[in-house]
Design a protein around this ligand. Structure first.
Ligand code: AP5
Length: 238
C-alpha cells in the first residue's frame, strides 16, 4: 500500500471495544490513505509519562479503567484537528467515547468549518476475543515508539527489547485483569451506544474484526470502497 496524499479527503473514526484492534488497524489505514492518526489513549499515556497537567488529571481515571473527563479529551482533539496535517483528513482512534464527546466533535466540526465525518469504522469483536487480545498485549515502553506486540499472535523479541527502537517491552498498566474488566464495563455503559448513533446517521461501516490483522484490514478497505469509493491512494470524496 502506498502512503501518498490523495486529491480528496477522508475523515474517519475508529470505534470498538478495548482490544478490538483499533490501534493495530489504524497503522494500516493511516499509511494507506496518508491521513494522521489521533489516538486519545496514546496522547493521554504520553501526557502521564511526561507528568504534564493533562497527564496528572488523566492518570487516576486511566488506572481505574474509567473515561478521562470529557473537557480534557475534547480539548485535546480540537487542538489536534486544528493542525495543518489534518486539513486533508484524519483518523480518530478512541474518540468519541460517549454521546457528549460525539456532540462536542460535531460542534467543533461545525464551529471551525471543518469537513464532516465520512465514515465510522466499527470493529466488532466478541468480549472473549477482546480479553484474549488485551491480556496478551505487550508494548514498547518508549512513548515515542509505542510498538505493539502480542505474546501469542505477534511475539516480542526473546530479550523483551523492542524490535523497532530497542527500549524495554512491557505490559500496559491498564492491561491488568481488574482494570481490563473495568474498561470493558465502561465501554458497554458509555461507548457502545455510539454504534447505533452512527448507524442512524448513515456513516457506520461495521467490520467483523475477528481473524488475522491483515484479513481485518482487507475487510476495512473493501467496505470503505463499497460504501463511498475510498481506496488507498485514490480516496474520492462523494
Ligand atoms: P485506549 O488506549 O484508547 O485503549 P482502548 O480503547 O481500551 O483500546 P486498546 O488500546 O486497549 O485496544 P485497541 O482496540 O487499540 O487494540 P490493539 O490494536 O492495541 O484508552 C486507554 C484509556 O485512556 C481509557 O481506558 C481511558 O481511561 C482513556 N481514554 C482514551 N480515550 C478517551 C476518550 N476519548 N475519553 C475519555 N477517556 C479516554 O490490539 C490489542 C492487542 O491485540 C495487541 O496486542 C494486538 O497486537 C492484538 N491484535 C490486534 N488485532 C489483532 C487480530 N486481528 N488478531 C490477533 N491479535 C490482534
Amino acid at each position: 500500500m502506498t502512503g501518498r496524499r490523495r486529491s480528496g479527503s477522508l475523515n474517519l473514526i475508529l470505534l470498538g471495544a478495548p482490544g478490538a484492534g483499533k490501534g493495530t488497524q489504524a497503522q494500516g489505514i493511516k499509511d494507506a490513505f496518508g491521513i494522521p492518526q489521533i489516538a486519545t489513549g496514546d496522547i493521554l499515556r504520553a501526557a502521564v509519562a511526561a507528568g504534564t497537567e493533562v497527564g496528572l488529571k488523566a492518570d487516576s481515571y486511566m488506572d481505574r479503567g474509567e473515561l478521562v473527563p470529557d473537557d480534557v479529551v475534547v480539548a485535546i482533539v480540537a487542538e489536534q484537528l486544528a493542525q495543518d496535517d489534518c486539513r486533508d483528513g484524519w483518523l480518530l482512534d478512541g474518540f468519541p467515547r460517549n454521546a457528549a464527546q460525539a456532540e462536542a466533535l460535531e460542534a467543533t466540526i461545525r464551529e471551525k468549518g471543518l469537513a464532516p465525518i465520512d465514515r465510522v469504522v466499527y470493529l466488532n469483536v466478541s468480549e472473549e476475543e477482546a480479553v484474549r487480545r488485551i491480556s496478551g498485549r505487550r508494548v514498547c515502553s518508549n512513548p515515542e515508539c509505542g510498538n505493539t506486540y502480542h505474546v501469542e499472535f505477534m511475539p516480542p523479541p526473546a530479550d523483551m527489547k523492542c524490535g523497532k527502537c530497542g527500549a524495554e517491552v512491557v505490559q500496559r498498566d491498564d492491561d491488568r485483569p481488574e482494570t481490563v474488566r473495568a474498561r470493558l464495563e465502561t465501554y458497554k455503559r458509555e461507548t457502545a451506544e455510539l454504534v447505533e448513533r452512527y448507524r442512524g446517521a448513515g456513516t457506520l461501516v461495521e467490520i467483523d474484526a475477528e481473524g488475522k490483522p491483515e484479513e481485518v484490514t482487507e475487510r476495512i478497505f473493501t467496505a470503505l470502497k463499497a460504501s463511498g469509493g475510498w481506496a488507498p491512494g485514490i480516496a474520492v470524496k462523494r
